[in-house]
Design a binder for this molecule. Structure first.
Ligand code: FAD
Ligand code: MLT
Ligand code: ZN
Length: 462
């Protein structure tokens, strides 16, 4: 270890685990975007809050940037370290610290994988309801830093709703205990909420107090085949009106083709252009009848052409795989990902405009649509053709994203619904946030991170 800065780091934080092998720098320096070449200075794997504090103080002395790092499943480049940063991986801080039955809270270290959080809640007969396909590898700290959404937002909301308290280390190395699991706390600015979704630019989340809730009632999962995009919101309104929805997700025939090629089972005899996966409470004859009534009404109206309802847990999982398997199935095409949202009421007009826009703009690329339509959140993935260079492909996609950003301004939407801004969406932040807001964000960053050492260049430039 020849770098004198790293020698000083080890002198300041004596038991710190540090990795500098080329393979580790590569592994920890990138996220799921795979667009930037990793080039971190080193990887620090602290085991305690005090070690995190020591690292931050060291970084301030040497003016070394820190990239907080969870599971690196992020889709916006937030955890990328491509400029000599120190990656601060929370992966060793992955334990349950406390369960409080009265408060119904679980206190965990930030590096705990989401699925481990689910399992820990289940052990106590409760659930942590934020959920999505990266559950096995993303961390709760990363979920908090991106305000992650997922497949159950329609019923439970985003990560933001489930955070009762946070312990963070700020950019100047102070440890803050935010909200301490209080249900009511009208004592000024809520820094806990400010930290949620701040993408590692204001503080390093080291511990979180998570709210838990009762398990949902028994549910059923239905796959619906739709003849056109235009009827999507009609079907949503019909099902939402009659049932307690736990999820309402959509994808196109192209998405289905990729998932089937990736090993999923064909769900219906015929092919259709659009599909919905919906999960709803189904615990008695009345709810089962309501589901059938919604389905039959949609069939009569011509909004649904075919469908299947799960008869077992295994079949429910098979149906879910069709939706949840899309990200992995298209990953080999290095997709350019749009993750946009509008108010649910604005969705029909936005869908119509976006469909026309992308049809014209991308005649040569395969575009795969899917998303959390019940939350007004669309994922539009443009697949890179094998014969196109990464740089050319991204340039062409960015041109189209500028047009999409204009449509979002018109419809009052957001350029990032749930993945965060990171590096990928940074050029388009102004389509969603006003100049005055971005100036205030810079001011806030200055307060929490005066030397600009926490994830600089992500979200906005200083
Ligand atoms: P990372 O990628 O490691 O980091 C993400 C950001 O958080 C970075 O800016 C990083 O610096 C910061 N960060 C990480 N840990 C901390 C910390 N302890 N303190 C401060 N900052 C920190 N996202 C959704 O919202 N909904 C989905 O449905 C969804 N599905 C996905 C499915 C797949 C298959 C994949 C690969 C990704 C999916 N994602 C989804 C995206 C991703 O999983 C989420 O953004 C997740 O919250 C990132 O967690 P992570 O631990 O991997 O964070
Ligand atoms: C999803 O909804 O599947 C995730 O947000 C991942 C993605 O957009 O690829
Ligand atoms: Zn999503």
């Amino acid at each position: 270890m020849t770098d004198p800065r790293l020698a000083d780091l080890l002198a300041s934080v004596p038991d710190l685990r540090l990795k500098t092998d080329a393979g580790d720098l590569e592994h920890y320096g990138r996220d799921w975007t795979r667009r930037w070449n990793p080039a971190p200075l080193a990887i620090a794997l602290p085991g305690t809050v005090e070690e995190v504090q020591g690292i931050v103080r060291w970084a301030n002395r040497h003016k070394v940037a820190i990239v907080p790092s969870g599971g690196r499943t992020g889709l916006s480049g937030g955890a990328v370290a491509a400029n000599g940063e120190l990656v601060l991986s929370l992966e060793r801080m992955n334990k349950v610290l406390d369960f409080n039955r009265v408060d119904r809270t679980l206190t965990v270290q930030a590096g705990m994988p989401l699925e481990a959080v689910h399992n820990a809640a289940t052990e106590h007969g409760l659930v942590y309801p934020v959920d999505f396909a990266a559950r096995g590898s993303c961390s709760i700290g990363g979920n908090i830093a991106t305000n992650a959404g997922g497949i159950r937002v329609i019923r439970y909301g985003n990560t933001r709703e489930w955070i009762a308290g946070l312990t963070v280390v700020t950019g100047s190395g102070e440890v803050l205990q935010l909200n301490r699991a209080l249900v009511k706390n009208s004592s000024g600015y809520d820094f806990r909420q400010l930290m949620i979704g701040s993408e590692g630019t204001l503080g390093i989340v080291v511990e979180a107090i998570l709210r838990l809730t009762d398990p949902p009632p028994p549910t059923n999962v239905m796959l619906l085949a739709l003849p056109s995009f235009e009827v999507l919101m009609e079907v949503f309104n019909e099902f939402r009106g009659r049932l307690r929805l736990e999820a309402f997700e959509f994808f196109t025939d192209r998405a289905l083709r990729h998932v089937l090629a990736h090993g999923a089972q064909k769900p219906l005899e015929d092919e259709y252009p659009f599909y919905v996966v919906t999960e709803f409470a189904s615990n008695d004859e009345a709810t089962e009848a309501a589901a059938m009534a919604a389905f039959e009404h949609c069939m009569e109206q011509g909004w649904v052409a075919d469908g299947v309802i799960s008869q077992s847990e295994a079949q429910a999982q098979q149906i879910w795989r069709l939706r949840e398997g899309i990200t992995e199935a298209v990953a080999r095409y290095k997709p350019y990902k749009n993750d946009v949202s509008v108010r649910i009421s604005a969705m029909p007009a936005f869908l119509q405009e976006t469909q026309a826009l992308l049809g014209e703009a991308y005649p040569h690329f395969e575009v795969v649509w899917f998303g959390h339509i019940g939350d007004g959140n669309l994922h539009i993935n443009v697949l890179k053709p094998d014969d196109s260079s990464d740089a050319d492909f991204v340039t062409q996609c960015e041109h189209v994203t500028r047009l999409l950003a204009q449509a979002l301004v018109k419809h009052g939407g957001s350029i990032s619904a749930e993945h965060g801004i990171g590096l990928v969406k940074k050029p388009y932040l102004a389509s969603t946030r006003s100049e005055a807001e971005i100036a205030l964000m810079r001011g806030v960053k200055q307060v929490f991170d005066p030397n600009g050492i926490l994830n600089p260049g992500k979200l906005f430039d200083a």
